[in-house]
Ligand binder design. Structure first.
Ligand code: HEC
Length: 145
């Protein structure tokens, strides 16, 4: 019972599917059923993660990625866990994130690509610090040092 209370308080604080939360569910032997069912937004976030990890490698290798993935625009419509409604902060961060991600592919920009890439990743982190703090340490690994 104590574990259950702990689990719910974690969910309350994190308010999204953080990896820490999943670990707690997995490690808790008394807690048998799996509450975790990834939302559309979670799937999108995971593909955003993989994509940025890939272009990070390209940028470090000296290549310039040239195609903004249009499916990222789904961030404005993808269903959140438990059909959580979109709030204004979320919409505002989504727009800034999309603008910053798009800027990575702007061949005419005078800002160095590494900086444009890190800007986009920092917007992931800003939104996460208001909406969903769990994955932040994972996202920080995407930054180019
Ligand atoms: C506009 C706010 C916002 C932005 C920008 C954003 N995220 Fe998220 N992210 C969320 C929310 C909210 C969730 C939880 C989704 C849900 O519960 O349906 C989430 C979930 C995640 C998850 C957890 C998936 C899981 O395993 O449960 C990862 C990883 C993630 N985001 C990475 C990223 C990365 C990488 C970026 C930038 C490329 C990014 N996010 C940009 C709000 C954002």
């Amino acid at each position: 019972m104590r574990n259950l209370v702990f689990l719910f308080s974690v969910i309350l604080f994190v308010s999204c599917n953080s990896s820490e939360e999943k670990e707690i569910v997995k490690n808790d032997e008394e807690f048998v059923f799996d509450m975790y069912e990834p939302s559309e937004m979670t799937h999108l976030m995971l593909s955003m993660y993989d994509f940025n990890e890939k272009i990070k490698k390209e940028i470090i290798a000296g290549n310039t990625p040239d195609k903004f993935p249009k499916e990222f625009l789904d961030i404005f419509t993808a269903e959140l866990t438990d059909n959580k409604p979109y709030n204004d902060i979320f919409k505002a961060y989504s727009k800034v994130y999309i603008d910053n991600e798009r800027a990575i592919f702007d061949g005419t920009s005078e800002i160095p690509i590494k900086q444009r890439y890190n800007n986009a990743i920092n917007t992931c982190i800003s939104c996460h610090s208001t909406e969903c703090v769990g994955p932040i340490s994972r996202i920080e690994k995407l930054l180019i040092k």
